[in-house]
Design a protein around this ligand. Sequence first.
Ligand SMILES: [Zn+2]
Length: 409
Amino acid sequence: MLSYIGQVKKLRRCCQLLVLEYKIKANKIKCQAIEEAIRTTQFIRNKCLRYWMDASKEDKINRFALNKYSTELRNEFNFVKQLNSMAVQASAERAWIAIQRFFDNCKFKKPGKKGFPRFQHDNRSVEYKTSGWKLHPTRKRITFTDKKGIGELKLLGKWDIHTFPIKSIKRVRIVRRADGFYCQFSVDFDNSKLLEPTGNQVGLDVGLEYFYSDSNGNHVDNPRFLRKAEIDIKRVQRRIYKHKKGSLRRRKSRKVYARKHLRVSRQRNEFVKTEALTLVQSNDLVAYEDLKVKNMVKNHSFAKSINDVAWSQFRQWLEYFADKHNRQAIAVKPHNTSQLCSNCGVKVKKELKDRIHRCSCGCVLQRDVNAAINILERARGGQPQSNAQGVATSTLLGASLVEQVATTN
Ligand SMILES: [Zn+2]
């Protein structure tokens, strides 16, 4: 039971963490140094795991014991010593997280496999804590100061790390992806910097014609660049299966596919994140329909399926930012929002093709705008389907790096 409480505490803390990510620009020698650091991390993790497996029950190996063992590794292996001492600790902690998860699964009698920790062969990241790195005064470069020889790296990206004090950076992690290395900063989010109330409220209606329309009569266009890119992805995907399994060509097309896929999901994420943040910053309350993703995916139209992914991500970011900035994000029942008149409340039947709402009371509105007003009214009426400030979403997006390592493994 004690350990269960500990888990909840950890979860709460995670919600306070924000992860900022930059692409890294580095030459070949620096890339090799990063690879070497990533390999060392894996070595330490696996060594710790082996140490735990070989120990007897009486040894009672815990987190501290693994930490101590990692110091021994430092003395024994020069390449471990070259890695920053706190980064070595972080690697040992990875082993402990895997072990602990296994223990918890057994303890709480999780059905199915308990996930006995396994040796890792495809580690993609190295994690530093509060030492072993230094940010350049402009915050556009980072220097890794341990003896792995990574040195100074240029950071490319939009999120401004300079808005956060250095002290709030709890972890720095280098991650390998299909298109190169990335640097992630895990930042303690300062809740005292809450946004001032704006006095604005907004309702959103998602449709096919626009990405969304709001209750003020604005429309935001669908990101067409995504649709184009997705068609491209399908083409590349087909190419993979043309080649024999295990062939060089197949491996090559796989790589191309992974890169393209990554690029699109990143573009889409960037688009919805920006939209969501803007909305949360300029409104005290954001209302939207509680659409069930399952129902949405049933529709086989390609265009729609793309929108669905974007929309559900958009919603997650809305809820995430609302939670961070203490704004309200409210999901309402989607029933009849497009049929009812937002002016007099009478039902005005429409087909999907009718783009204008025209009521006998004299109200004429673009169809989605009418729906958006209804959605906002429903949220104001205090009958939200679900108050969208779930811990689940926040943890999903703001999970600590250690946790992320655990989930990607
Ligand atoms: Zn009316």
